[in-house]
Design a protein. Structure first.
Length: 392
């Protein structure tokens, strides 16, 4: 995630000369320059035998490889380096604009170093203006950063930039997370049982933790939308097929490989995509996420041709997550598949478009009971309209 230079906990940063695929390049003082950002007092950087030694004490010098690798934004930068010592360190990847000035940086893979054995610091980040405040990116350089008190020796640099990456949202993927596996199995059995009994759900809610949150007690540790669900949607024969942590490709897996649409819901409400923006693994591009949602609607339409579909906007979240860049594609996608596009954002955010109101977005992402009330105030009328149009 983008981090501010001069952050109190970050004391030294050293970038490695960037190239499309550079393996085994040694650290050399002649290939580095101090960026005109940050201040360093008392830091010790030394080069010997192809290694870099860092002793971070008081300040934060930012040293960057003089070489820049031109990039087409949208690809993935990968880097790794071996480190030994004490304190914390991680990988930093710098982005530079057309004028050669640093326009942003992303960091991942912070680890505790060990004095008795080397650890591998690694990083995979999506290079995109979405993570540099919209500023244009022309080149990148890989780097290392050490937090205050770190004393480390770094060696064996490996790095590469992949300009074009496959769209992971278009291929069904089974999550390896235990909680998702258990709930996927439970929902698959539920769908089969409903089909066997000839019980067609009035509404199926498909999605991630925001959807699963309809099951959370409003007075619980993680307060959610259960009271609103019981009042507004349970009477309509609704079933909750949301799973916390899921991405577009996980829902695709469930409706294809697990055949969770076998119960033929009358209405499908879909909200998905926010987890595809998470930094680990590298975030998908908004365009790829939108394409994955497009594919989901095509599969839903093919599996249940007479189902009514409501496609919800991806609601905002705190941080540099370009949900709006996904949403701008969704109205046309919904129209393409004969679905209703639902945008609850204005109502949920009082027109601000952000998730700063913690009485609505309890943690800057998930809905509070008040958030579910607001979402339902927009969603329920659309569901009732669809039911009326179908004579149900």
């Amino acid at each position: 995630m983008k981090m501010a230079l001069g952050l109190a906990g970050m004391l030294a940063a050293c970038a490695l000369a960037a190239a499309p695929a550079d393996n085994g390049i040694v650290f050399d003082s002649s290939k580095f320059e101090v960026l005109p950002i940050g201040q360093g007092k008392g830091e010790k950087l030394s080069f010997a035998d192809g290694t870099l030694s860092v002793k971070a004490q008081n300040g934060s010098p930012f040293i960057c490889g003089t070489a820049r690798h031109p990039v087409t934004p949208g690809g993935i930068a990968r880097a790794s380096v071996k480190a030994k010592g004490k304190g914390k360190a991680g990988i930093m990847i710098y982005s530079f604009g057309p004028d050669g000035k640093c326009v942003g940086w992303q960091t991942t893979g912070v680890r505790d170093l060990k004095e008795d054995a080397p650890v591998t610091l690694s990083s995979e980040v999506r290079i995109s203006p979405h993570y540099t405040g919209g500023r244009e990116i022309k080149s990148i350089a890989w780097g290392i950063y050490a937090l205050r008190g770190c004393e480390g020796v770094f060696s064996d640099y490996q790095a590469a930039y992949e300009e074009k990456t496959p769209n992971s949202t278009l291929k069904p993927a089974k999550s390896e997370r235990g909680g998702i596996i258990v709930r996927t199995r439970k929902l698959t059995e539920q769908a089969k049982a409903l089909a066997k009994q000839g019980k067609r759900p009035g509404v199926m809610f498909l999605g991630d933790s925001i959807t699963q949150g309809w099951e959370l007690d409003p007075n619980g540790k993680l307060p959610g939308g259960l009271a609103v669900w019981n009042r507004d949607f349970a009477p309509l024969g609704a079933v909750n097929f949301g799973i916390s942590g899921e991405r577009v490709e996980h829902v695709l897996y469930r409706i294809t490989e697990c055949n969770q649409l076998v119960c033929r819901p009358e209405i499908v409400v879909l909200m998905i995509g926010t987890n595809n923006l998470n930094m680990t693994p590298p975030p998908d591009t908004p365009e790829n996420i939108a394409a994955g949602i497009d594919n989901l609607l095509a599969v839903i339409r093919q599996k249940v041709p007479d189902a009514k579909i409501i496609l919800s906007a991806v609601t905002p979240r705190g941080g540099p997550f370009p949900t709006d860049a996904i949403n701008r594609h969704l109205p046309d996608i919904a129209k393409k598949h004969g679905a209703v596009y639902l945008d609850p954002i204005k109502v949920m955010t009082d027109g601000t478009g952000n998730a700063k109101d913690r009485t609505v977005f309890r943690d800057g992402l998930h809905f509070s009971p008040k958030g579910y009330e607001r979402y339902a105030s927009v969603l329920l009328p659309e569901i009732l309209k669809l039911k009326q149009s179908s004579g149900k």
